[in-house]
Design a protein around this ligand. Structure first.
Ligand code: SF4
Ligand code: SF4
Length: 497
């Protein structure tokens, strides 16, 4: 099946295949489309309310989170969420991620991707409509624009009008407010990487680090340009996700669509006249006027549509004024469109299908891995690197000595002393170089709180007790109670046997 979509009024329709992928560029179709200015009209309704809620909650979290304090003890930062670049840590409330544990961040990103794929396969571009930063900030900028310059018709008039004092005043106020929001956005981003109150004071008194100024400057410029000017162009031309997310959808995915079987044949309607032999669409174009992407949903599913539902709100308001049932535009699946065209009953929304089940299964696997590895997470880390040169040394008494670098990671907030011993050799003796410890069956190694420390360790073994050239051994640390804290395998190398 082929669905016709429009890319802009200047462009010819691009055919989509059954999974909503653009089939190909067609001869004669322009490669460049000049931007058509969009002046979305204000609308009230369910989807608009949901969008306001998402905007309020998401922006609230973004701006306020760096100011939340979290007591972690004397030597740790008290910011609840902090990417501490200087000490290479990520703090999230009680969780502290070390660079060695980057796998957790990878897991969180993989889980978020799976969650996104799952939602997209269910209800299309819900992320684009409600959660994407581009949408959220564009909505905020449009709100400011509407407060200063008025609703759609006033903005169109102002835009087309000459540069009077009134126009200049409105434009200056609008851009000044946009810049304030942009600077706040850039500042808030930098607060996630440095202690927020300290950085805020540094920025106010002009003694913040250069990196902070660059970050704030870049994010300010980016927010101003993306939300103030680029807007829907980002979703249509820049965002890679908008291009490949159709691969997650199928005929059962619910997306905002126009019920052509109910709406057509469209046309103006005079109050009091019959609705027989015509559709419910009165061709008022309110659905087009409110669309932030500037498209007409009645032309079918289109690549630009972000599924925000504002056209549904506008149409529902029209339907209510005409005493007609709502839902001429609303969430619907392609398979229901086909069923209705065949005169069959609609199928209710199905949550679990092969596709959604697969995404849910992948999400569950990633989530269980994250939860279980977090529950089993230790506050000590150990890595052992065997010396490559020399591989071993034969001592004057005939014993064999291998050298190792042992790294111990103490993730706790207190100094810890661990007992290091080695398993797999019959009578191993250990020495910490440079500390005159002499060779002992085990060593006591002390590590400062929240630190990684390197120890140079020699291991000695009687040559006669070695039965192979390469013996598998295990280094293990015992805590102060004598319980095993962690272990790491390596080899003890001796002469040819
Ligand atoms: S067509 Fe409707 S759902 Fe799609 S972007 Fe426009 S207003 Fe939003
Ligand atoms: S708002 Fe509804 S009635 Fe008006 S043009 Fe759009 S689909 Fe037709």
């Amino acid at each position: 099946m082929t669905i016709e979509i429009k890319q802009h009024e200047a462009a010819k329709p691009i055919p989509l295949n059954e999974t909503f992928e653009a089939v190909d560029w067609q001869e004669g179709q322009p490669l460049f489309a000049k931007r058509i200015k969009i002046f979305p009209k204000r609308v009230k309704g369910l989807f608009r309310t949901i969008k306001w809620w998402f905007l309020g909650v998401l922006l609230g979290i973004y701006y306020l989170l760096p100011w939340v304090r979290w007591d972690r003890g004397e030597f740790a930062p008290d910011q609840a969420v902090l990417f501490d670049i200087a000490s290479r840590r990520f703090y999230f409330f009680d969780i502290e991620i070390w660079p060695q544990e980057i796998i957790y961040l990878v897991g969180i990103l993989a889980g978020a991707a799976m969650g996104l794929f799952f939602v997209t396969s269910l209800i299309g571009r819900a992320w684009c409509a409600f959660g994407c930063p581009q949408t959220v900030w564009t909505d905020l900028f449009m709100f400011i624009e509407r407060r200063i310059e008025g609703d759609r018709n006033q903005r169109i008039k102002l835009d087309k009008g000459s540069w009077t004092f009134k126009k200049i005043r409105k434009r200056v106020i609008k851009h000044a407010l946009w810049l304030v929001v942009s600077a706040g956005t850039g500042g808030a981003w930098a607060f996630y990487f440095m202690d927020a109150p300290t950085l805020a004071s540094g920025l106010m008194h002009l003694h913040a680090p250069t990196a902070a100024w660059i970050t704030v400057g870049l994010l300010t410029a980016m927010t101003y340009v993306m939300a103030g000017f680029a807007r829907e162009q980002v979703c249509t031309y820049m965002c890679p996700y908008s291009r490949f997310q159709s691969a997650m959808m199928d005929k059962e995915t619910w997306m905002v669509s126009y019920k052509a079987d109910r709406g057509e044949a469209r046309g103006k309607h005079k109050r009091g006249t019959t609705w027989d032999n015509r559709g419910h669409c009165v061709d008022c174009t309110q659905c087009v006027a409110v669309c932030p992407m500037g498209i007409d949903i009645r032309n079918g599913m289109q690549m630009e549509c972000i599924n925000c539902g504002l056209c549904a709100d506008a149409c529902n308001n029209v339907m209510s004024r005409l005493d007609l049932p709502s839902g001429l535009i609303g969430y619907d699946s392609l398979s229901n469109v086909e069923r209705r065209s065949r005169g069959e009953a609609e199928k209710p929304f199905t949550l679990l299908r092969v596709r959604t089940f697969m995404y849910l299964a992948a999400l569950s696997i990633v989530a269980s891995f994250l939860v279980s590895s977090f529950m089993l997470r230790k506050d000590v880390g150990l890595s052992v690197i065997r010396d490559r040169n020399p591989v071993f040394v034969m001592l004057s008494n005939g014993d064999i000595r291998d050298g190792y670098t042992v790294k111990i990671l103490n993730k706790s907030r207190s100094q810890r002393t661990y007992q290091l011993e080695i398993l797999g050799l019959s009578d191993p003796m250990l020495e910490e170089t440079g500390h005159n410890t002499g060779f002992q069956p085990s060593l006591q190694l002390t590590v400062a709180p929240d630190e990684v420390e390197d120890f140079r360790i020699y291991v000695r073994q009687h040559n006669s007790d070695l039965h192979t050239t390469q013996t598998e051994v295990v280094f293990r640390l015992l805590d102060k109670n004598g319980d095993e804290a962690i272990r790491e395998g390596t080899q003890f190398i001796g002469p040819e046997k």
